[in-house]
Design a protein around this ligand. Structure first.
Ligand code: ADP
Ligand code: MG
Length: 582
């Protein structure tokens, strides 16, 4: 499309030249008047007198005005033919045009054209966006052309008259008289008619929350009896309530990346007190914990490692409900105590258990993270990895044959040290809980690790042996023993058989050993001096807090408001019940 022709008219003087005779008279008059001569250094006199021009100029000017007028008309005509529907007079009015505002008028006309094009594009986009959606988005506010100058004005008026087609339910429900009936004689229908009520109920079903899958009842002319409708309504209300409850529960937990207020406060304090410089972000979100990377600060005058890992045990108990077996029988965390504790305290036990186990492993030189500090259910330990990159899990790392062989030998050695020196069984040892860093195996995730005297310790150990031998076998490592061989090698026992028979033998042996151990409780205490002192220190701490009249939950860190007792989640068993009821 060719654009309109722009004509730039030159500006002429507005002063109208006077006739010749008049001018001569004026000059003579000026000569005759004895006006004092102005000082050459004074202000120049203001030129009020018109500049004389000759007739030729006047004629030329009139001619050019005529010429411009013609040209303007040509431009408008061209513009109008190219832009049908745009009223030139309206444009003139919009522009407030006078004979001398040609440029402005043209600019306005062009702008209007441009705006229209812009609006058309917007409308096309709007159409495309709303194509298949029930809810439409309007770009009305972004349109530039005033409704009065829109070409689609008529269309909109048409749209106003638009009436949605009547739904089958609308069509089928007759209007009733004041007495609640319609029709006459044999065809009389009351408002309590079964079909009409059924449709009404079905249509009300469509107003249930979106989570309630009601289907498209309208197109199939669904009808619901009052009884069924009421049942559905009750169910929907109950579901709604449950959904809200679940949502609230989530908000109070450390599920996923979201943390509860208590956890946030602990993390905030760790940073605020300078224990940590900063917390960078999460490394892993497991079933039982969320692990973060952090930069270490200072604690009691000692510098923490530059990079730290922060393990936050989740405060939702769902994942911990099956973990009683790891505590049950561990004399450090007796089952009775475990039962009595409230869930938050139970979670703290896991932090304490992991701390104790890691410390013991460190003592005997097992490569593992070093505990820096434990605050409630938040454990700060050294970071295995560099520059925020955690060391890869053995499962994911690609190792040369030699390195894999090394990894195997190191793992076996560690398993032996853990059993013989640390008197611990990992109980969840796998390629997921072993990291590979600086050509070394690092053992992590020991919150569930148990003492060798645990009633199921040997069973757990055999399970670990099975997992590790099958992993290294899958990586074509040479000289991988059978799980039974490895078990006997680690324990120094000589249990015969294999597979299920071996397990049965292990259980029998374990039972005998437990009975023996119970009979010699005193020897036990001496033998496991670490546990003895651990328990002792725990008791002393509790006694000291008691003396001060502070409950364990109200020690110096507990600034967070205590939740009212009734809001506390019940013990694990209670929690389980709740879950199943839900
Ligand atoms: P979970 O009980 O959730 O499995 P883990 O202790 O196994 O918790 O930690 C989960 C993940 O977090 C690990 O697989 C590892 O990638 C990372 N991680 C845990 N502790 C450390 C650490 N000290 N240094 C580096 N990464 C760690
Ligand atoms: Mg793990």
């Amino acid at each position: 499309m060719e654009g309109p022709v722009i004509v730039f008219s030159y500006r002429h003087s507005n002063t109208i030249p006077k006739p010749m005779e008049e001018q001569t008279t004026l000059i003579n008059q000026t000569k005759m008047d004895s006006v004092p001569k102005p000082s050459p250094w004074g202000k120049p006199p203001q030129q009020s007198t018109p500049i004389p021009s000759c007739l030729q100029d006047v004629m030329n000017e009139q001619l050019s005005e005529e010429f411009i007028g013609k040209e303007q008309k040509n431009v408008f005509d061209t513009f109008e033919s190219e832009n049908k529907g745009v009223d030139i007079d309206t444009l003139m009015a919009v522009a407030g045009a006078d004979e001398t505002a040609d440029d402005e008028l043209m600019a306005r006309m062009l702008q209007l054209e441009y705006d229209k094009q812009n609006d058309e594009e917007l409308l096309a986009k709007e159409k495309l966006l709303n194509k298949h959606h029930k809810v439409s988005i309007s770009f009305e506010n972004y349109r530039s052309v005033h409704p009065a100058y829109r070409d689609d004005e008529d269309k909109e008026e048409e749209d106003d008259d638009y009436q949605p087609p009547k739904s089958p339910w609308d069509k089928k429900s007759p209007s009733f008289k004041k007495n609640g009936t319609t029709g006459s004689g044999k065809n009389i229908i009351t408002k309590h008619d079964k079909v009409i009520c059924g449709r009404k109920n079905a249509s009300k079903l469509m107003d249930f929350p979106p989570e309630f899958h009601s289907g498209d009842g309208e197109s199939m002319d669904m009808q619901l009896s009052n009884k069924i409708y009421n049942k559905l309504k009750r169910h929907s209300d109950a579901e709604n309530k449950r959904h809200q409850k679940l949502h609230e529960k989530k908000e109070h937990s450390t599920a996923g990346q979201v943390m509860d207020a208590r956890t946030r406060l602990i993390l905030y304090k760790l940073v605020n007190n300078g224990v940590l410089d900063s917390i960078s972000g999460s490394i892993s979100t497991g079933k039982e914990s969320v692990v973060f990377h952090a930069y270490g600060g200072e604690l009691n005058g000692e510098t923490l490692p530059k990079e730290c890992a922060l393990k936050v045990y989740k405060t939702t108990l769902n994942e911990f409900k099956n973990r009683g077996k790891y505590v049950d029988g561990d004399h450090r965390f007796s089952r009775d105590d475990y039962k009595k504790q409230n869930p938050r305290k139970i979670i703290r036990i896991w932090g304490e258990k992991e701390t104790a186990n890691l410390n013991r492993m460190k003592k005997f030189g097992v490569p593992c993270p070093h505990v820096q500090v434990l605050k409630k259910h938040v454990l700060v330990m050294s970071f295995i990895g560099k520059d925020m990159q955690p060391a890869p899990k053995l499962k994911n790392v690609k190792l040369s044959t030699q390195d894999m062989q090394d990894a195997f030998e190191q793992t076996i050695k560690i398993m032996k040290t853990m059993h013989r020196d640390c008197k611990l069984v990992h109980a969840d040892l796998s390629e997921f809980n072993i990291l590979w860093y600086e050509d070394k195996i690092w053992i992590i995730d020991v919150s569930q690790a148990v003492e060798v005297m645990h009633p199921a310790a040997l069973e757990f150990l055999f399970r670990d042996c099975k997992t590790m031998t099958s992993f290294f076998q899958s990586r074509d490592v040479h000289g991988v023993p059978t799980p039974e061989e490895l078990f006997n090698d680690i324990t120094g026992l000589d249990i015969p058989g294999e597979g299920l028979e071996f397990v049965a033998q292990v259980q029998r042996f374990q039972k005998e050993k437990n009975e023996e151990l119970l009979a010699h409780q005193m020897t036990l205490t001496k033998e496991y001096a670490f546990d003895y002192f651990f328990e002792k220190s725990q008791k002393e701490r509790a006694a000291a807090l008691d003396k001060l009249g502070i409950s364990d939950d109200e020690d110096e860190d507990e600034v967070v408001e205590e939740e009212p007792e009734e809001e506390e989640e019940g013990p694990i068993e209670g929690e389980d019940k709740n879950e199943s009821q839900d």
